[in-house]
Design a protein around this ligand. Sequence first.
Ligand SMILES: *Cc1c(COP(=O)(O)O)cnc(C)c1O
Length: 482
Amino acid sequence: MGLSAKIEKLLRTLPSVSAVLECEDVQHWLAELPRASVVASVQEAIAQCREQMVCGNVTEAVDLHQVLALAEADLVRRSIPSLRRVINATGIALHTGLGRAPLCEAAIDALVDGAHGYCSLEFDLTTGLRGTRNAHLSDLLAMLTGAEAGTVVNNNAAATLMILNTFAADREVVVSRGELVEIGGSFRIPDILRASHATLREVGTTNRTRLSDYESAICDETAVLLRVHPSNYRVVGFTESTPVSELSALAHRFGLLAVDDLGSGALLDMKAHGLPDEPCVRDSIDAGADLVCFSGDKLVGGPQAGIIVGKREFIDRIESSQLMRTYRVGKLTLLALDATLRQYLDPEMAIEEVPALFMLQVPTEVLVERARDLTSMLKAAMPGANVYEASDVAYAGGGAMPGKELETIVVQWHPEHAGVNDVVSALRAAETPVVARVRDGAICFDMRTIPESDFDTLVDSIATAAAETESGDPGSIRLPVL
Ligand SMILES: *Cc1c(COP(=O)(O)O)cnc(C)c1O
C-alpha cells in the first residue's frame, strides 16, 4: 500500500539528520555529550515525526524546534541510567524491587577499596600459591553459624539448586506439601527441583505434615529430606510441621541428607535483640541439618548472594561441582559480604551497623522524632503544604517475618494542587526518585526505611515534584550536565 501523495509531500518537509546535526543547539550538545547518543536521539526524533505524519496525527510540516525538543527529551532519557539510586519510602525494609538490603558502611568501604585495585581473590597470600575464592568466607561462616564450613554462590535460588543437583540429581527429594512455595514468581520449589534434575516427592497436606509422612515416603531413590521456610506466607490454625531436629534424625537414620532452605536466615538471635522472630541459621545447624542455605541480601543485610553452610564434606562436594563455575560470585560480592558478616562477630555492633537490622528494630520514639524533623523541613520548603505525621504499619519484606506488622511512623503529604497519582509519578521522575505508597489520598513517607541522611535529598525531590505538578509541567526537560 503506497502512502497518499499528501503524506509523501509532508514527509519531504522533514529535515535530514545531517541538517539537524548542523544546527547550533545540537552543536552545543555535541560539545558535551557523546556523538553516538546525540545522533541516535536526532534519528529517533525524526523517526517519531515521520510516524506521526504517516498515521495522520501530524498534518502540517514540523519546524526544527519541535524536532529539537523531541531529540532533547530522548537525549535526557538516554543520558540517565534506568538502574539508579532511589529513596525507599515504602517502609518495606527488604524490598526486592528496590534491591533489598542497603549495605553497611564497612561493606561500602570494602567495595570501594577492592574496586580501586587488585585483590587476593584466588591467591593465597601466605604461600604465594594459587588460592580459591570460596575459601575466604568459610571460617567466618563457620564461626557465625556453628557449621563446619560455608560457601557462597550467586543467590539463594542458586544455592538451593546447587545443593539439590549435587546430592539428588536423578533421585528423589521429599518435601512437605505445606512448603512447596513460590517466592516472587521466579522461584518455585517444584521448578527448582526440576531444574536440578531431582524428582519431587510431596508428602503430608498443606497444613499438616508429620514425621511419619516423611518416613513412609522414603525409598531406595530418596536422597534428601528438604525443609523450606514458607517465607512469604503463613499457615495458621490447625497446623503441624516437623521440626528440623526430627527431620535430621530421620534422614540420618536412613543415610540421607537433611537440607534446610531458610530463605532469609538470621545470624543472630532476633528476639533477644528486640527484632521480630525469624529462624536462626545456628539453630538449624544445632538441630542436625547437614546443609542450610539462605540469602545474603535478606535479613543478613549484605549483597545479593546465596550462602550455604554445613558439614565440610558436603560443602567440598558442592564446591567441586561443575555448576560452581556458573554460580560463583565475583570479588565485589565477596568483599561486601565479608565486611557485612564481620559485623556479626559482635551482635550489638551488627544491629547498629547493618542497616536492614537497624531499621527493623529502631524504636518508634526515634521514628516520631524523625517524622517531626521531616515535617518541618517540608513545611519550610513548601509553605502551606498539607503535611502531617501519622502512625502506620510496615513490613520486613524479603520473605522475612511473613505477615508480621511492624509499628511505624509516616509523614503524610496530601497534595491539594494536583491529583495524587500525578504527584506520585513526578516523585518517581525526580532526579533522586522517591518510591512511596498512597493511603487515603495522601502520599506516605515511611520513617523506618528513610535514614535522616537522605532527608535533604528527599525534600528536594518532593519540592520539585510539587512544583512540576503545580505548573502542569510533567518533568520539565533539562539536559543533564555531564
Ligand atoms: C528468598 C528465598 C529464596 C530465594 O532467594 P534469592 O536469594 O532471592 O535467590 C529461596 N528460598 C526461600 C525459602 C526464600 O525465602
